[in-house]
Every structure is written in C-alpha cells, then in structure tokens.
Design a protein around this ligand. Structure first.
Ligand SMILES: Nc1ncnc2c1ncn2[C@@H]1O[C@H](COP(=O)(O)OP(=O)(O)OP(=O)(O)O)[C@@H](O)[C@H]1O
Length: 585
C-alpha cells in the first residue's frame, strides 16, 4: 500500500515561496490502477516525481507498506518503475537489445537462460515480441511507449509510475496502452499510477485523482466523479475547477473524502470477488498496512558494478558502430588530421634534414657553414615547434569532440538509469574506458602517420607519450564539462572555447606577458604536452633550435607529465561531481 501523508512541495520563485503540492493525502492499495488528471501546470508531474523520490517533498512523507520512506530509506530501485515523458531508448539499438540492456543493468541473473526469460516476459507483456528485432528509430509513438514500459518491467517493479505515456497517440494506440497499463496493475498486485491529460476511457481506472494547483480536488471512483463535480460531461470538470480557489476545492474534498473512499472500497471488494482474489486486510481508505509484509518472491536483485560497467561499455560500442554520422566523423578526423600535419610539416622537412646532416659533419665544415646553419636553425626551430604544437592542438580538438556531448547528450537517460540503480562509478568508468580506446587509437595513428612523413628527431616514445597525454587530458576535462553542463550545446560550446584558447595561451606562437604566464599555463594542457615533448624527447641540437625561436620558457618533462596527469584527474573529479548531481530538467 502506498500512502501520501500531507505531502507538500515548495520552491522559491523570484524570492517568493511557491507551493507546487499543497498537503496531498492519499492511499493506494495493491493492484490499483490510478489516473492523475488536472489542467496543465497543476502539479501532476511534480507529484509523480515526489513519489518516485526524484524530488524530495518539503513537508509530509510517503509510506510504502508501512515504511516511512523519508525516515527509513527510499524505494529500492527494483521496487519502483518510472516511465518518463522522454524516450529512454537509444535509436540505434533494437527493441530486444534495449530490453536486454535494461535487464542487464537492473537485474542479477544466474544464467543467460534466466536473462532470456526476463526479456521474453517483458516483450510478451507489452506485445512487442513480433518487432523484437526492429530498431528503436523505426518504432511508432505507441511502440516506443510500450518499449519504455517493457524496459521498466524487467525488474518486476511493485509500483509503476507513468508520465503522459499516452500523450500524442492516436485514440486506438492510446486505448491499447491504457489496456496494457490496466493489465499490468492486475498482474502481481502492482500499483500503476498514470499521469494523463486525456479524460477518455476513465472507466478503465480504479480511481481518478484530480489535481488543481497542487491541491487534491477529488480522488475516487470514475463512477462517482460526475456526481462530485455535478456534471455528466467530464470535459466540464476543468472549467469548473477554475471557478473556485484550490484551497476551497481541497477543503471540499477533505469534507467528502470518507464517503467517496468507502464507495471505492466497496467497488474494490466487488472486483476482487469477481476475480476470485482474496481481499487484503487493509482497505485503501483506512491506511493501515502490515509493516512486516513480505516481498514478492523471486524478485531479482541489482547486478554488480563490473557487470553494469561491461553492459554500458559494450552498449556504447554498439551504438557507435551503428551511428553512421558519428562513425564517419571519427574516421574522418582520425585519417585527415594526421594528413594535415604531414602536409604542413613537409615544408620544414628539408631544412631539418639539412640541419641534422650539417650537424653530423665534421667541425671544420660546420664552422664554414655557420651562417647558413644560423638561418636554418631558425627555420628548423619554428618548423619543429609548429609541427609538435599542431599535433597537440589537433589531438586536443579530437579530445573535445570525443567527450563534449558524451554525457550531456544523453543526460536524461543517465538520470533514468541512475534512478533504476546504475552506479555512478560504473557509468563513469564505462565512459573512460570507451574514450580511452578512442584516445589511444587517435594518438597512435597521429604519431605513426606523422612519424612516417616527418621522423621525430629524438626519443619518439616520449613524444608519443605526450601526444597521448594531450588528447587524454582534453578528453577528460571535456567529459567533466559534459557532466556538469545543462545541455549538450552548452557542453560543446565550452569545450570548443577551451580548445580554441589552447594555441594562443600556450605561448608557442607569441609569449604571454610574464605576469600572466604562471596564472594561465597551469590550465593549458597544450603547453604541457608541447613543452614536455620538446624538453623530454627532442635531440639536443633541435631542442636548441626551438629554444632559439620561442620566447616562452619550457618546463621539465617530468613536471609536464605530472601536470597532464593532474588535468586527467581533475576531469575525472568534475565528471564524478557532475554525474552525482541529479539533472532531470
Ligand atoms: N523547478 C521548478 N521551478 C519553477 N517552477 C516549477 C518547477 N517545477 C515545476 N514548476 C511549475 O510547477 C507547476 C507544476 O508543474 P508540473 O510539471 O508538475 O505540472 P503538470 O501538471 O505536470 O503540467 P503538464 O500537464 O503541463 O505537464 C507548473 O506551473 C510548473 O511551471
């Protein structure tokens, strides 16, 4: 039994308190199918979110089978299912894969056969078996709603909360979804609460709650709603609500509540007798439940963190492999960026070869050609510095492209999956593992391709290490931005700015004013990768040539290494903080 006891939800708006839920009281027994209706903005979704625990009531509390959810802990993730207004399935996956992914993330099972049974049951209950292999992007609106329900059913929740799951559907699909919800309430004694705008087929519900500006104006049988509002036409209820203040409706309901609840009890007992189900001890209106009520047997528990990580990680690869645009962009960047560096490097190559050759000749020849060497040295220094910085900047750009939308672009799905029990750590590590592979492929290919055209003069492995770190640092920081941003566009914009500032603020082109350098450089990963690669890896004569043309001080390779690692860690911390914060809106 689910009870609400004087639940209020208040927010501050323009420094004024605004009561979105005003003393909501109700009691819903098992196997009950309830609609929450009311004019737009009356607080339906807010009530659903407080029941789900997505937002916390500012006064009052909910009880679930006698358990005070505010004091004794919220619902377990597998006790409650929440079908939001937005889609929670990836377009690139099939119906079957979406349900499988939901099941792997939410349920612990002993064998693949058990998993198959869970998936088949969800497909069967929602009537999706025949289109199990169809991709989500090809589903109709009604089929998508069914899929959302199927993804909730994998954990056999005792309460199913549905937010506008019939909105935008044609009358036939709407009826089908309502019949499905009705049947789901009848099965396993599940409570199904459906927020809806539609006043069609109200008879299918066991009870209807009418909300008016956060107050309950009515909660009772669909057969008595017309009598309560003194109208034979349900469409007239909303205009009638506007005729009285919400507080008056609330008082009126409190006065008449008991008699309407008794009628609801009678109807319920009648229904139970019809279906041959024994009546539970507690009636809905009395609000007394057995605190020691047993859990339904056979409920699957949550899977471990590694299992969730692996499901998320493999799902991410599957989505990438089927997302043509993303895949083509990745391939284009991986292939084209190194070609760009190599093309630009070809001009400096001749001088570098000459310069290196001259240095290897005997001393007398070198002195004779000293003037030429001086000239060449400037060209070589500028070419080597430019090529390394070009590689670093392009890898930074790839890093930003890798990560900027990675979390912000699927934020609502993340929230939904967290709500269903997916751990923040598992989610975060799946992103780092996925992006880590991209970083390695991008950096290795950039290094190998450019190396082939323009062999690095010095310790190539050090150079490679700094290229990987440059990409990893930018990827990690941009993932942090993505986790903290409100929208994918905001995350993209911030990340692009971050990349855009790397070159001018690195000091590779023009030295920064002395006063700014120590303040700005710690945040510029391109500086540390460029500096580390030059200081730590280049042959001494080339290093001297670079030093001669750059006014910026280089830092020791060890320091560059540690600062880039610090950038990666800072990105991880930001990502964790961003993921921990709930961002449903
Ligand atoms: N975080 C918030 N800040 C300010 N106002 C809010 C916030 N959340 C909700 N509201 C306001 O509270 C009221 C109730 O919102 P809610 O989404 O619960 O309404 P609803 O009945 O579900 O509306 P609809 O039927 O249009 O979806 C609305 O006026 C909404 O603008």
């Amino acid at each position: 039994m689910l009870e609400a006891k004087n639940v209020c939800y208040e927010i501050e708006q323009e420094e004024e308190p605004l009561l979105l839920l005003n003393g909501v009281d109700f009691c819903i027994p098992e196997g009950h199918f309830m609609a929450i209706v009311g004019p737009s903005g009356c607080g339906k979704t807010t009530l659903l979110k407080t029941i789900a625990g997505i937002i916390t009531e500012t006064d009052g509390h909910f009880c679930w089978n006698g358990r005070n959810l505010a004091e004794d802990g919220d619902f377990e993730p597998d006790e409650i299912g929440y079908v939001p207004q937005f889609s929670i399935a990836y377009d690139q996956l099939t119906v079957d894969e979406s349900i499988e992914s939901a099941a792997r993330l939410r349920c612990r099972f002993d064998s693949e056969d058990e998993l198959d049974d869970i998936i088949d049951k969800a497909l069967d209950e929602t009537g999706l078996s025949e289109i199990a292999d169809r991709q989500v992007k090809h589903l109709s609106g009604g089929q998508k709603r069914r899929l959302a329900l199927a993804m909730e059913l994998v954990s056999s929740p005792r309460i199913l909360l549905c937010d506008e799951v019939t909105s935008g559907l044609d009358p036939r699909s709407e009826k089908e979804i309502m019949t499905l919800l009705h049947d789901l309430a009848r099965k396993d004694g599940r409570i199904v609460i459906s927020v809806t705008h539609s006043l069609a087929d109200m008879d299918m519900y066991d009870s209807i709650m009418v909300l008016h500006q956060g107050c309950i104006a009515y909660h009772g049988s669909p057969r008595t709603i017309g009598h309560y509002f003194s109208t034979g036409n349900l469409e007239e209820i909303y205009p009638k609500l506007a005729l009285r203040k919400p507080a008056d409706w609330k008082q009126s309901w409190i006065k008449h509540r008991e008699s309407y609840y008794e009628r609801l009890d009678t109807e319920r007992e009648h229904k139970l007798r019809e279906t041959g189900t024994p009546a539970p001890a507690a009636k809905r209106s009395v609000a007394i439940a057995d605190e020691n009520e047993e859990e339904l047997p056979g409920k699957p528990s949550q899977p471990g963190a590694f299992s969730q990580f692996w499901t998320l990680f493999s799902r991410r690869w599957k989505i990438l492999s089927r997302d043509r645009t993303q895949l083509m962009l990745q391939i284009a960047m991986i292939l084209i960026f190194p070609i760009m560096v190599s093309l630009f490097s070809s001009k400096g190559q001749e001088q570098i070869i000459q310069f290196t050759a001259e240095r290897s000749q005997n001393l007398t020849t070198e002195i004779q050609q000293a003037q030429d060497v001086q000239e060449n040295r400037a060209k070589v220094g500028s070419a080597v510095s430019g090529i390394i910085m070009f590689e670093v900047i392009l890898l930074g750009l790839m890093g930003s492209n890798n990560a900027a939308r990675e979390i912000a672009g699927e934020r609502l799905i993340v929230e939904k999956e967290k709500f269903a029990g997916v751990g923040t750590g598992a989610y975060m590590m799946s992103k780092y593992a996925f992006l880590g592979i991209l970083v390695l492929v991008q950096s290795l290919w950039m290094f190998a391709f450019v190396e082939w055209w323009w062999p690095y003069r010095g310790d190539s492995m050090t150079h490679l290490g700094f290229l990987i770190l440059a990409n990893a640092a930018m990827t990690s920081v941009c993932l942090g931005i993505s986790a903290l941003s409100r929208t994918p566009d905001q995350a993209s914009l911030l990340s692009i700015y971050l990349v855009g500032f790397q070159l001018p603020l690195s000091g590779a082109v023009l030295a920064l004013p002395n006063i700014l350098e120590p303040i700005v450089h710690p945040f510029i990963s391109a500086y540390w990768a460029w500096s580390g690669s030059i200081e730590g890896g280049l042959a001494e004569n080339i290093k001297q040539a670079v030093r001669a043309i750059v006014n910026t001080e280089f830092s020791a390779a060890d320091l560059c290494f540690y600062i880039l690692i610090a950038h990666i860690i800072a990105g991880m911390v930001l990502t964790y903080i961003g993921l921990k914060r709930a961002k449903w809106d």
